[in-house]
Design a binder for this molecule. Structure first.
Ligand code: AQP
Length: 332
């Protein structure tokens, strides 16, 4: 009985690089916790990553290694459907139908399109523009009730809801309208520029902690983190570097900001930075170890992603068939 009441959640991550501490604390770590309370589906969003040019041989390896990283972070293929987006053709198929039900004007308003177009001025491709229609397909195929997203993805989710309710209005009830599930965890900022989000594709390696960095590298990067000219470890407006380090320390240790301030009173930034580096290195140790074991067992990974694709395809196909029928396509 309890089982039936569980809500459906779906989320994804692009295989554009090794997951950062931001991806981990802001998203993936929570996914592992959420799979206990929801029917959850998690995917490696490889089709989305194609909106930026990828080197094919590297990309292929990265897709597998990101899949292993998801499992290493605690996403459990026995509790969740864990799959690779391109292995379930229904995503691209529904993406097309939804693109035909999404307006040019709506897509033009997406801030991520504007940002990425500015970042990759030499490759402003149609996929970058229609990305939100594919993202709507990812979500609507699984009739997801909730989508855990960062604040940056809220606009896309609103568009998904608009497209779904328009489709439901024209063709009759087809899609569940998903709600955003904004994790309370804060955004993790770059260590080199605390006004910028920590990102997988940041060209500056010192700004970014990846979850596979060696302990020595992690400690070194934290020691170099940009702070300010004061000395007191406290969370206050304008102290962006220290605020970011405190956010990370709190997320890893579970301590409150006040406790952290009290613990480091009179000790200065040097001690604090070293302490943050050490707790993060220690926290990520089991993830790194699990990842190494998984990458030594490619047969197991293949078995998992194939099983995930089968499970996902079964659910996705039901929705796709319904949609094809509603829009009037002739059954094959
Ligand atoms: N710095 C961050 N702090 C908190 N959460 C973050 N997320 C990303 N960066 C931070 C969350 O991670 C999830 C997966 O993100 P994605 O792969 O879809 O791409 P993204 O948000 O664009 O992440 P990156 O690392 O910045 O990738 P690139 O460099 O390829 O653009 C999302 O839930 C996101 O909110």
């Amino acid at each position: 009985m309890e089982e039936q009441k569980k809500k459906v959640i779906l989320s994804g991550i692009q295989p554009t690089g090794v997951f950062t501490l931001g991806n981990y604390l802001g998203a993936v770590r929570n996914w592992a916790q959420m799979q206990e309370d929801f029917h959850s589906a998690y995917m490696i969003a490889d089709l989305h990553a194609l909106t930026v040019r990828q080197e094919p041989a590297d990309f292929r390896k990265r897709i597998l290694s990101c899949y292993a990283l998801l499992l290493a972070c605690g996403v459990d293929p026995d509790k969740s459907v864990v799959f690779i987006q391109s292995h379930v053709p229904a995503h691209a198929q529904l993406g097309w139908v939804l693109a035909c039900n999404t307006q040019f004007g709506e897509l033009s308003r997406m801030t991520q399109f504007k940002d990425k177009a500015a970042q990759h001025a030499d490759n402003i491709n149609a996929g970058l523009f229609t990305y939100p229609a594919l993202m709507a397909a990812d979500i609507l195929l699984y009739q997801a009730d909730l989508v855990p997203v960062g604040v940056d993805q809220k606009q896309h989710l609103e568009l998904t809801r608009d497209v779904a309710s328009r489709f439901n209005g024209i063709y009759g009830n087809t899609f569940t309208l998903p709600e955003p599930y904004i994790a309370k965890e804060a955004k993790i900022m770059s260590l080199a520029d605390p006004l910028k989000k920590m990102s997988k594709s940041d060209p500056n390696p010192n700004g970014c902690i990846t979850i596979l960095d060696e302990p020595g590298t992690i400690v070194r990067k934290f020691k170099r983190a940009v702070t300010d000219s004061e000395t007191e470890v406290c969370y206050r407006e304008g102290k962006d570097g220290i605020n970011n380090l405190m956010t990370i320390y709190a997320a890893v240790t579970g301590l409150s900001m006040d406790q952290i301030t009290a613990d480091f009173a009179g000790r200065g930034y040097g001690d604090f930075k070293a302490a943050v580096g050490e707790v993060v290195a220690e926290h990520l140790r089991p993830v790194r170890e699990r990842y190494a074991d998984l990458m030594n067992n490619k047969d197991y990974l293949t078995e998992c992603y194939r099983k995930g694709a089968e499970q996902a395809a079964r659910i996705a196909h039901r929705t796709l068939e319904k949609v094809y029928k509603k829009v009037g396509l002739l059954p094959a």
